[in-house]
Write a protein that binds this ligand. Structure first.
Ligand code: ZN
Length: 333
């Protein structure tokens, strides 16, 4: 098995909702430590994501509104800081209880969790608690999820659509980019709109990271990266983790669980062809998306690698080497 470092999962949110331990094998959801071991996934970015409501929606794609040529999910409003702060601490406590959190690149292949914020809402807009989160082991921050916040603007769930959806970073967002660079935190541009993306690209001194996305050229949803964005990631010596979500990879943007692995592999091949094998990695979004049956839990991860006619060296870059290079260049410890 080729050791895999995975760019994004939402298993902490599932554990928070279900009360399960990530140390135990579960028959629910997509990811826990025993199933990671089965799939050769040695480490991953574990997202602290704060949902707008406590309960899991019965239909996760509701309320989905059909448009003349696709669909749209009405955008959530900004999250109150008090809720974000409280729930993020609860998710971090689950990570500390169940996972081995790593903060040094040399420890990644022997640990299992990189602590990541998906949406910076738990960071106070004046950044007064950023150091506290860093000391707690946080090493990666996504500025936004698909909603506006104090730092910037996320793209909506919509198909088809462009990531060019309005204003860029706020002053607090620009300050967060500077502070993240100084601390040596990964800045994740997943879900950031196009203007915000290019503002971070111009300001940040670290390699650009998009933890879970696909190629917009193959699936025209705003969460995927245009060719210009891909080229900009390459120019920063950064990396894109290819998402396993059917909705974000299929040309028609539909949720079809029978989607073949080849559809995900096409995004990997497209990005590798466009910007080079050094800039493409994996970013499953397990427990946060709709992967196809053939990849519907982390134990099946190697099956995706087996669809690629790549050399062992190339597969090693895709599976873990590119993430490790970017972490070594970004983290200061
Ligand atoms: Zn996400």
């Amino acid at each position: 098995m080729i050791p895999v470092v995975d760019g994004h999962n939402d298993a902490l949110l599932r554990a928070w909702r279900s009360g399960e331990s990530l140390r135990e094998r579960s028959s629910n959801g997509h990811l826990d430590l025993p199933r990671m071991r089965d799939g050769g996934v040695v480490a991953g970015f574990f997202a602290i994501f704060v949902p707008a409501t406590d309960d899991e929606p019965s239909d996760p794609r509701a309320p989905l509104v059909l448009t003349h040529d696709g669909y749209e999910v009405p955008m959530e409003g900004a999250l109150p800081f008090e809720r974000a702060d409280r729930i993020a601490r609860e998710l971090a406590a689950i990570a500390e209880r169940d996972l081995r959190i790593v903060t040094r690149a040399d420890d990644v292949l022997g640990g299992n969790a990189i602590l990541h914020l998906e949406g910076a809402e738990p960071i106070a807009p004046d950044l007064s608690n950023l150091c506290e989160w860093f000391e707690r082991g946080l090493r990666s921050v996504g500025l936004v999820w698909s909603r506006p916040n104090a730092f910037g603007h996320g793209v909506p769930f919509r198909y088809p659509g462009s990531p060019d959806t309005g204003p860029g970073l706020t002053d607090a967002g620009r300050a967060l980019v500077r502070a993240a660079n100084e601390l040596g935190l990964v800045l994740d541009l997943a879900h950031l709109n196009e203007r915000g993306f290019f503002e971070v690209a111009a300001a940040s001194t670290a390699p650009l990271v998009v933890s879970h996305a696909g190629a917009h050229e193959l699936c025209r949803i705003p969460r995927n990266l245009t060719d210009d964005q891909l080229d900009t990631v390459r120019d920063s010596d950064g990396v894109v983790g290819v998402v396993f979500d059917t909705v974000m990879t299929r040309e028609d943007g539909e949720l079809v669980l029978e989607t073949p692995l080849q559809t995900i592999a096409e995004h990997i091949e497209y990005i590798a062809d466009r910007i080079g094998i050094d800039h493409v990695a994996l970013g499953s979004d397990f427990d946060g998306s709709f992967p196809p049956h053939a990849l519907d839990d982390v134990s099946k991860t190697q099956a995706l690698l087996e669809t690629l006619a790549w050399s062992d060296d190339e597969l090693a870059k895709l599976a873990h080497g590119n993430w490790l290079r970017v972490l070594r260049a970004t983290w200061k410890t």
